[in-house]
Design a protein around this ligand. Structure first.
Ligand code: SF4
Length: 330
């Protein structure tokens, strides 16, 4: 018996006739079989879980053998795999892509962020589970789920499709098979920190250009911290030839303005925008100071101490009451 006959046996029956086989089934079963055997997922990923998803599609696990070919357009896709953290900003895009997909269509929520928001559930920018945005058919837990888990979730979705069901009914955690390998990571050897001091904010430009002239050409990072007594900026610049770093800090107190270093270091451009977005600090002389992470019309600066973290943001972050009442219905 050939492979085709073997797989068709699940959905109908063969009768041996002289010189031929007669196959009988229903059109519903035949269409379900065709759909489950040719799932075309939309190729997109949201965060770290997407790396595991890509590994699942790659040669070692090879999802092509399940008839799965990723598509670059939602109009040719019938499966959306949500792999990664769903942010409020991304939720709108996910909804649009889902709406553009051909019907019938299915959704797999892969990883604890996609399922429930996980560690980020109460953070202002994160949706506590993608089923606040679109309906989900199969949940694959893990942080991240391993390729074997992805495959198990996909095969369960195929079972659902074979049975003609598309409503959420299966959670692979019930199998209790998900093991996460925690591998020890080595920390890199720290570079030589030659100076670490506070400077006055009026000295910033002179101070940074002085070090740039001494071959500290690489701006490693700028970051801000909201201490009780006010905001502090921290800069680290590096001399990559000598393997030397220098760190300096500026106390802003209650002031929300400082000179931009974007003329001196190209990398300051987006880092200052991020600090502006999340802390509300203005960088004078910056060529394009606008929000970079949050939507333009977002109210407030989320990393300031005064900001209320567990923020309600309709329609994708429910109010605390909506969330508690939804939990009781599970
Ligand atoms: S579940 Fe874990 S691995 Fe997946 S997106 Fe969230 S933090 Fe990353």
């Amino acid at each position: 018996m050939g492979n085709v006959e073997k797989s068709l046996k699940d959905i109908g029956s063969f009768t041996k006739l002289p010189g031929a086989n007669l196959f009988t089934t229903s059109t519903t079963k035949l269409f379900n079989w065709a759909q489950k055997s040719s799932l075309w997922p939309l190729s997109f990923g949201l965060a770290c879980c997407a790396i595991e998803m890509m590994a699942t599609f790659a040669s070692r696990y090879d999802l092509d053998r399940l008839g799965m070919i990723t598509r670059a357009s939602p109009r040719q896709s019938d499966l959306m795999i949500i792999a990664g953290t769903v942010t409020i900003k991304m939720a709108e895009r996910i909804k649009t892509l889902y709406d553009q997909m051909a019907s019938p269509k299915w959704v797999i929520a892969a990883g604890s962020c996609a399922i429930s928001g996980d560690h980020y559930r109460h953070i202002y920018s994160v949706v506590p589970g993608v089923d606040w945005v679109i309906p989900v058919d199969v949940y694959v837990p893990g942080c991240p789920p391993r390729p074997e888990d992805f495959i198990e979730g996909i095969m369960e979705l195929q079972n659902l499709i074979s049975n003609g069901k598309i409503s959420p009914t299966y959670n692979v955690s019930t199998g209790g098979k998900n093991q996460i390998d925690i591998k020890k990571t080595k920390t890199k050897k720290q570079k030589n920190l030659i100076e670490n001091k506070f400077i006055n904010k009026n000295e910033l430009l002179n101070y940074a250009s002085q070090y740039k002239n001494k071959d500290f050409l690489y701006l490693k990072f700028i970051t801000a911290t909201d201490f009780e007594e006010g905001l502090t900026l921290t800069y680290v610049i590096s001399n990559t030839k000598l393997g030397e770093d220098m760190e300096f800090h500026v106390n802003l107190g209650n002031s929300l303005e400082i000179d931009s270093l974007s003329e001196l270091f190209v990398g300051a451009d987006w880092q200052e925008r991020e600090i502006y977005d999340l802390f509300g600090i203005s960088f004078s002389g910056h060529p394009n100071l606008k929000r970079i992470m949050m939507p333009e019309d977002w109210i407030g600066h989320p990393l300031k101490k005064e900001y209320d973290m567990d923020t309600h943001n309709s329609p994708y972050r429910p109010t605390r009451e909506e969330y508690e009442s939804w939990k009781t219905k599970l």
